[in-house]
Ligand binder design. Structure first.
Ligand SMILES: [Fe+2]
Ligand SMILES: [Fe+2]
Length: 321
């Protein structure tokens, strides 16, 4: 029997689409599908799980904690610092794992709702990729960190929104362009900082898959927004802006702060003022903005909103896909 927190249901409604023409029509998508077949890996056996991990070691430099050097940091003793590193790492990787479950379910929904055979094939490949990502994080959390946190409520809100949408293009926009674009940048920065070889290897493998997933979104939506109405366009812009604010401002490890008796609202204030965190958060959008532009969504309205978010500077960056 399932315990209360073992699972939960979310009512959704979206149209599924059959296709009756099975021949490939989209060469780019078909190539991506072929690449994906060649690049599968096994989460259970490919990473070197024999590597010993000390979850309390400085696997990520302490200086990357936004409140490093504040009075709250200085009040910690060596034992607290070791416990904090462990909890922080477990919290971040738990959120990655929950996000991967969201990606798993959205990719499976896309198999059903996209109206084109090449996209259905690729979405099926992505579904297998995402299952492997959930598996890899779960193994790392259970075997190496022996600690796990529940899904951050704001991440959950975003995943619920994407899963509940009826329009398939908005599932792509939410997952492949926004969430996975952000994840790709976050994984990249995480990987530059980490000194722990096992998680570095796992993250590198996941990133290679994620860059294909972002490419899948870009290829699938490439021509789509040329033909939508002004009203439909506004709905997409508003959703994109809302999701960006949520991803930038609300994904804080509040439960970890509470665990250490730290004042949450003050910690948010400190984090908001941290130059390092501001730069880190800005970099999270380095893949999203060029891809939104590439889809033809970056009009003057969205440009103004991205300007307010401080991320418009990325518009001419090389898109990741
Ligand atoms: Fe993934
Ligand atoms: Fe993905």
């Amino acid at each position: 029997m399932l315990t209360q927190d073992a699972g939960e249901s979310l009512p959704t409604h979206f149209d599924v689409n059959y296709v009756w023409e099975y021949a490939s029509k989209e060469e780019g998508l078909r190539n991506l599908y072929e690449k994906s077949k060649l690049n599968q890996w096994n989460a259970a056996t490919d990473p070197d799980w024999s590597i010993d991990v000390d979850p309390e070691a400085e696997n990520v430099p302490d200086q990357s904690i936004p409140w490093y050097g504040t009075k709250y940091w200085d009040a910690l003793n060596e034992r607290d610092i070791r416990r904090l590193r462990h909890s922080s790492q477990a919290w971040s990787l738990s959120q990655f794992m929950h996000g991967e479950q969201g990606a798993l379910m959205v990719a499976a929904q896309l198999v059903n709702c996209v109206p084109d055979i090449d996209a259905k094939f690729y979405a099926a490949q992505q579904t297998a990729d995402e299952a492997r990502h959930v598996e890899a994080y779960q193994l790392y959390l259970s075997q190496k960190l022996e600690k796990e946190y529940p899904c951050n409520p704001d991440l959950r809100t975003l995943l619920d929104q994407i899963l509940s949408m009826n329009e398939w293009d908005m599932k792509y926009l939410g997952m492949q362009i926004l969430v996975e674009g952000l994840a790709l940048a976050a994984f990249g920065m995480q990987n530059q900082m980490t000194r722990e070889p096992l998680i570095k290897d796992i993250t590198s493998r996941i990133m290679a898959d994620e860059s294909r997933h972002v490419a899948f979104g870009v290829l699938s939506l490439r021509e789509f927004y040329k033909d939508v109405t002004e009203a439909e366009l506004r709905v997409r812009e508003e959703f994109a802006v809302e999701a960006c604010y949520l991803m930038r401002d609300r994904l804080f490890p509040k439960v970890v702060w509470e665990e250490f008796g730290l004042p949450v609202s003050e910690m948010i204030e400190i984090a908001d003022k941290s130059k390092l965190l501001r730069e880190f958060r800005t970099m999270l959008f380095s893949k999203i903005v060029p891809n939104v532009k590439r889809l033809g969504l970056l009009n003057d309205r969205l440009r103004e909103q991205f300007g307010k978010l401080g991320i418009l500077g990325f518009e001419d960056w090389e898109p990741s896909a």
